[in-house]
Ligand binder design. Structure first.
Ligand code: NAP
Length: 311
């Protein structure tokens, strides 16, 4: 049945695209669903300095573009569409994009993770109106403005540093008195004269003079509980990520945090379904580890298909 793909790959970050390169070179003609953010999180990060092979660093979107080209060169087909749901109860598996159903013998889930929000009142209303989770996308709008960056991990350090290219002042709001970020990233942020750290503070409310854009925030001291209002032109959240597994609708075993539980290096609780990258990684979450994991998933899928006699 020619309309059944050997393998469908859902996701287009380093994991999905590396899986596509390997699956395509194995002659599996993979179908890749790139989703609503083709290229994944790297397309909204700043310069990637730690991906081997790029001694001068490389922009995230460019890295993803060349990975896609490399996969296409070997015959992978890319759809810039969002997968709403899957049916893993029967084989071939079914992958739904709206009303259209695609079928495949094997499936690779590489849907990554998405930025977390604070879940405060008016959060949705202020998104893109002074409130953002993407410094690369929105930093430009804060030239000579004062902003908060929330978080104490590597992302917060990286975003705070990047935003000093535009902002006149960046205040790093962190709920504890020590950082989770790596020492080199913390040192770089602390050495930046435009960055000031507000330790043991959390945002409990977004404030707006005009009802439309963020013009301030209410901060609470996490030690004393004392609250104070502060004027600010913009707020960037860098407080971690949530794995994109909701579309699986309970058909695959997940850990309590919603990450895919792996059975072996890339296997899942459903035979023939593999997972790779941030969607299944609570520990490393790096572009290079996701890429390596994508390679493993494609090789495992290929071996599995071969054993099934489908390839
Ligand atoms: P992360 O390491 O999970 O850090 C999230 C930070 O946000 C933590 O400091 C956490 O505070 C804080 N936070 C979480 N929920 C919060 C809330 N509701 N209110 C206030 N603060 C909250 O996430 P990440 O920084 O995005 O990094 C994820 C992974 O990517 C890490 O492995 C990191 O090393 C990697 N990464 C690497 C680079 C690089 O090497 N260039 C750049 C970016 C990210 P607590 O510390 O109190 O929990």
């Amino acid at each position: 049945m020619s309309d059944i793909a050997q393998v469908i790959i859902i996701g287009s970050g380093p994991a999905g695209l590396t899986a596509a390169i390997y699956a395509a070179r194995a002659n599996l003609a993979p179908l890749v669903f790139e989703g609503l953010q083709p290229g994944g999180q790297l397309t909204i990060t700043t310069e990637v300095e730690n991906f081997p092979g790029f001694p001068e660093g490389i922009q995230g979107p460019e890295l993803m573009e060349i990975m896609r080209k490399q996969a296409e060169r070997f015959g992978s087909k890319h759809h810039f569409e969002y997968v709403d749901k899957v049916d893993l109860s029967k084989r071939p598996f079914e992958v739904f994009v709206g009303d259209t159903v695609h079928r495949s013998h094997a499936l690779i889930i590489a849907t990554g993770a998405s930025a977390k929000w604070l879940d405060l009142e008016d959060e949705a209303k202020f998104q893109g109106r002074g409130l953002s989770t993407c410094a690369t996308c929105d930093g430009f709008f804060f030239r000579d403005k004062e902003i908060f960056v929330v978080g104490g991990g590597d992302s917060a350090m990286e975003e705070a540093n990047f935003l000093t290219r535009f902002a006149s002042k960046v205040r790093l709001v962190h709920r504890r008195d020590s950082f989770r970020a790596s020492k080199i990233m913390v040192d770089r942020a602390l050495a930046n004269p435009k960055i000031e750290v507000l330790y043991e503070k959390e945002i409990v409310r977004y404030l707006s003079d005009n009802g439309k854009t963020v013009t301030g925030a209410r901060l609470r001291d996490t030690r004393t509980g004392e609250e104070m209002d502060s004027r600010i032109d913009g707020i960037f959240l860098a407080i971690g990520h949530t794995p994109n597994t909701a579309f699986l609708d309970g058909q695959i075993a997940l850990d309590p945090g919603g990450y895919v539980l792996l059975n072996g290096p890339t296997g899942t609780s459903v035979e023939g379904v593999f997972a790779c990258g941030d969607v299944a990684d609570t520990r490393y979450r790096q572009a290079i580890t996701a890429a390596g994991h994508g390679c493993q998933a494609a090789m495992d899928a290929e071996k599995w298909l071969e054993a099934q006699g489908a390839h």
